[in-house]
Design a binder for this molecule. Structure first.
Ligand code: SF4
Length: 247
């Protein structure tokens, strides 16, 4: 795997984020008149005031393809589905979007489980803001009508194994120095509300959830699709549990 300096990496670090109290309470499944709502909104406002969502991406080019591999700017990725989804494109946009590290530093009194849950919910909302901003930025800047995304670790294991976060981070250079996101030895990302992936132009929507057997996932965006599975994955072997996360 070739090390890169990430010389073409672009950082978006002034992404607007404003707390939507009603959306937060819906996320927390709380009634606005309920006993904890005011307390949780106070925590959420303090956390949101510190939010600095960020994103980073790069314009990269496909250099080679084989049956189950694709080489992007010198870095080899192994995934039949990724290879198939990128069959008609030459240019891709590897990216990372994050809620930022700042909200974790906001003090919350005591060991309040609900307040920590609330903090996580605000972080999820900040991550959504970062991802949406990034998608619009890439589409506008490069004149793309529609982009789809694939993410290492989303969907069943063999769709795009989470271990290939290492290759993705190698492609993007000094991610921690640029936006504070660190890859752990088990290929998870810190802060926890961070997504990584690769945007590509498409005419056809692709949502990894359609290739994911995980039933109890509250983030599911589309139903499992047996036809798509047969078409894209049937030749692969060894299905096992998916990593939770954005698809
Ligand atoms: S969001 Fe859930 S259902 Fe969708 S790919 Fe990820 S783990 Fe699977």
């Amino acid at each position: 795997m070739m090390a890169r300096l990430g010389e073409c990496t672009m950082v978006l670090n002034e992404i607007p984020f404003e707390l939507d109290p009603e959306a937060l309470l819906r996320r927390l499944r709380m009634d606005a008149e309920g006993p904890y709502a005011a307390e949780m909104l106070e925590v959420a406002r303090a956390v949101a005031a510190a939010a600095r969502p960020k994103a980073l991406y790069e314009v990269a080019y496909i250099e080679a393809r084989s049956e189950e591999r694709v080489t992007i700017d010198g870095v080899i990725f192994t995934s039949r589905v990724l290879r198939a989804n990128l069959s008609a494109v030459d240019r891709v946009f590897p990216y990372i979007a994050t809620c930022g590290t700042e909200m974790d530093a906001v003090p919350i009194p005591g060991q309040d489980y609900m307040a920590e849950y609330c903090r996580d919910a605000v972080k999820e909302m900040a991550l959504a803001a970062a991802r949406n901003y990034l998608v619009k930025h890439v589409r506008d800047r490069f004149g793309l009508k529609r982009v789809a995304s694939m993410n290492p670790g989303s969907g069943d294991l063999q769709i795009w194994p989470i271990q290939q976060q290492k290759e993705l981070f190698a492609l993007l250079g000094d991610v921690e120095g640029q936006i504070g996101v660190r890859l752990t030895p088990s290929c998870l990302m810190h802060p926890n509300k961070t997504i990584s992936g690769l945007f590509y132009p498409t005419e056809v929507d692709f949502v990894t959830c359609r290739l994911c057997h995980r039933e109890a996932c509250q983030n599911r965006r589309a139903a499992f699709d047996q036809r798509l599975w047969d078409e894209k994955v049937r030749a692969t072997e060894g299905r096992c549990a998916s990593a939770p996360g954005e698809a």
